[in-house]
Design a protein. Structure first.
Lengths: 257, 14
């Protein structure tokens, strides 16, 4: 038996909105640790790892580890039927072939049950080793989204370079080139407006903007995004989910032939 | 042109 009650149901709605276009179907894993997911896009260029820790749920019952295969557009469609202030409860029976999403309005005057069919998904679970990154950039998530959107009007790829000058996002396309440099700016009034760059050594990597733009759909989940870069490793774009966990996107770099 | 890398060449199946 599985029963997970999330007071801030909008978090789950936002999570689904941020991954449904990147990943078609995925297994959601539930254990004592929490509710998690690891999935790649169909071309195996990007990977998403989600963790919502059990402590973040108002009620968390998971009698045995369970893996539930879901088509993400269908799950997103059902969650769209929940109000932004609704409490969402995920329920499933051991060995069952359905999952139920229950939506409760804040004053309990409306309770809805949506039952969705589960599917069997053969997914490959990848081991993500702990890595030392050459550079870690923390910046406002809205600023990062804006940069990715602006650059994708010019080109298809972004070169992210971190030097002691700051972090530079560059692209080029048929009509011209664009460079956006963000300097460390830790002395702002609000901590969420700060740009903080931890650089062990300079690093420069090239990525497909299409994927970066897709990751920025997680912007409503967090004010700050953390971008971890190391040569020869996928970039990690992380959005922390308030008190609960994270959504991390890994993107394989483009490699010079 | 640069070639797109693949996640599975960085992270191994467990």
């Amino acid at each position: 038996m599985l029963e997970l009650r999330l007071l801030q149901g909008s978090l789950l709605k936002k999570v689904l909105e941020s991954i449904k276009d990147l990943v078609t179907e995925a297994n959601f894993d539930c254990s004592a640790t929490g509710f998690s997911l690891q999935a790649m896009d169909s071309s195996h260029v990007a990977l998403v790892a989600l963790l919502l820790r059990s402590e973040g749920f108002e009620h968390f019952r998971c009698d045995r580890n369970i893996s539930m295969g879901m088509k993400l557009v269908n799950m997103a469609m059902m969650l769209k039927c929940a109000g932004n202030d609704d409490i969402i409860t995920i329920k499933a029976d051991d060995g069952g072939d359905t999952v139920t999403f229950m939506f409760e309005s804040p004053n309990q005057d409306k309770i809805a049950d949506f039952e969705m069919k589960l599917m069997n998904i053969d997914s490959e679970h990848l081991g993500i080793p702990e890595a030392e990154y050459q550079a870690i950039v923390r910046m406002p998530s809205s600023e990062f989204a804006r940069i990715c959107k602006d650059l994708s009007t010019i080109g298809d790829t972004v070169i992210i370079s971190v030097t002691k000058e700051g972090v530079k996002f560059s692209t080029k396309g048929d009509i011209g080139t664009a460079n956006i440099v963000c300097r460390q700016n830790a002395t702002v009034d609000k901590p969420e407006d700060a740009i903080i760059i931890e650089m062990k050594e300079p690093v420069s990597l090239t990525f497909a903007l299409r994927y970066m733009n897709s990751f920025t759909k997680a912007t409503p989940l967090a004010n700050i995004v953390t971008i971890s870069l190391s040569s020869e490793l996928p970039v990690v774009v992380e959005y922390k989910i308030a008190e609960m966990g994270y959504i991390r996107f890994y993107l394989a770099p483009k490699i010079e032939e | 042109d640069a070639k797109q890398g693949n996640i599975m060449s960085f992270f191994k199946k467990v």
